[in-house]
Design a protein around this ligand. Structure first.
Ligand SMILES: [Zn+2]
Ligand SMILES: [Zn+2]
Length: 376
């Protein structure tokens, strides 16, 4: 009886061992891969562990080479873009002076000549002045020397320096910029506290100039376009006559080089002006909306996120840097109540913006929101 029980337990032990061995062999590759994965993850975490790491940080790290490439390309292409703006604007101005002005002086009545002369030159001066000022004026940087004097609200992780309110780090300029709006490749400069007005005024006057040119040159454009179409038709007819060898017939009239150049220049200038009017006009309207709200382009994104976060908690978002639509425009243009509108807005003016850009008056808002905004 004892022997039988012993045999039974020995068989059961053997069976169990076999099952274990079988199990081990059956799942060996999966277990090995799983162990390798756990080991790799542990190694990676021990090497890269940071209590502040989250999905955004990981994404930033993964896209770092792309950001680096974009930053460097933008930095170098900025010079090309500025040259392009100057060349294209100069080409349109040359066409107006060489081709259109003699025609206007010959055919237009005196009041229209006077209007075009005054408005055209005022608009041109405003464009050139604001573009020059926008590319040559520094946007404003937090002081590097006396870091303790800066009313900082956070620390820039790239500069390892205090960052004043509304300042942001520009990865293309590689430094923090006061009230940074964006880095503009067309200016090859950052748009910040000290040149934001020049940038917006350039967009405004360039759009106005392009709209003015497109409207006043509408008839000339269609005449030139029709002439180019006729030119193509005559060239076809001439080719047909050569092929058929009908030399007896009178050849169709030809356009002179001057006429061809004139028509093509008018079409080129009109197409360029109307395209710029649409593209730059949309950008200008967007910036006008932001200025009315008292926001920069960067703050627009931050505020939108903040608004959604507070909405979930049943709270109302309020922009701490908004002083009402009119107040925001006065602040932006640097004009006092009922003063300076003509001299500072409608004429070239180099007046500095209000404040140093290092500290800002804030309007009352939800305490929790204020903390969140300042911590960005
Ligand atoms: Zn910085
Ligand atoms: Zn920049």
């Amino acid at each position: 009886m004892r022997t039988r029980r012993w045999i039974f337990s020995a068989v059961m032990r053997l069976l169990l061992r076999c099952l274990r061995i079988g199990q081990r062999h059956r799942f060996w590759p999966t277990q090995k891969v799983w162990q390798l994965w756990l080991y790799g993850r542990l190694c990676l975490r021990s090497l890269l562990y940071n209590s502040f790491t989250d999905s955004d940080t990981v994404l930033d790290a993964l896209f770092e080479p792309v950001y680096w490439l974009v930053d460097h390309v933008t930095r170098w292409f900025g010079v090309v873009f500025v040259a392009l703006v100057i060349i294209l604007t100069s080409s349109v101005v040359c066409i107006v002076y060489v081709c259109l002005l003699p025609l206007i002086l010959r055919t237009y009545p005196l009041p229209w000549i006077f209007w075009h002369f005054i408005y055209g030159h005022w608009n041109l001066v405003m464009i050139v002045f604001h573009y020059y000022m926008a590319i040559t004026t520094q946007p404003g940087y937090p002081p590097q020397q006396s870091k303790s004097d800066v009313a900082a609200v956070s620390i820039c992780k790239k500069c390892i320096a205090p960052k004043p309110a509304r300042s942001h780090h520009c990865s293309i300029c590689n430094r923090c910029v006061l009230k940074m709006d964006h880095h503009c490749p067309w200016l090859n400069n950052c748009v910040g506290h000290f040149n934001h007005r020049y940038f917006f005024s350039f967009c405004l006057f360039m759009t106005m100039g392009c709209i003015y040119s497109s409207i006043s040159g509408w008839d000339m454009f269609w005449e030139a376009y029709a002439a180019i179409e006729k030119m193509k038709l005559l060239a076809k007819e001439r080719l047909q006559m050569t092929v058929n060898q009908t030399y007896g017939q009178t050849p169709p009239p030809t356009f002179t080089f001057h006429q061809r150049a004139f028509h093509k220049s008018v079409v080129y200038a009109w197409v360029l002006c109307s395209s710029v009017a649409l593209a730059l006009g949309a950008l200008m309207i967007w910036h006008a909306v932001l200025i009315t709200r008292g926001e920069t382009s960067i703050e627009r994104h931050i505020n939108r996120k903040e608004k959604k976060r507070l909405q979930k908690k049943g709270k109302v978002f309020r922009n701490p840097y908004s002083y009402g639509p009119l107040g925001n425009w006065k602040e932006f243009l640097g004009v006092d109540a009922n003063r300076h509108w003509v001299t500072r807005v409608l004429l070239p003016s180099t007046h500095p913006p209000k404040g140093t850009g290092l500290s800002w008056d804030t309007t009352p808002c939800v305490p929790e929101q204020k903390t969140a905004l300042l911590a960005i």
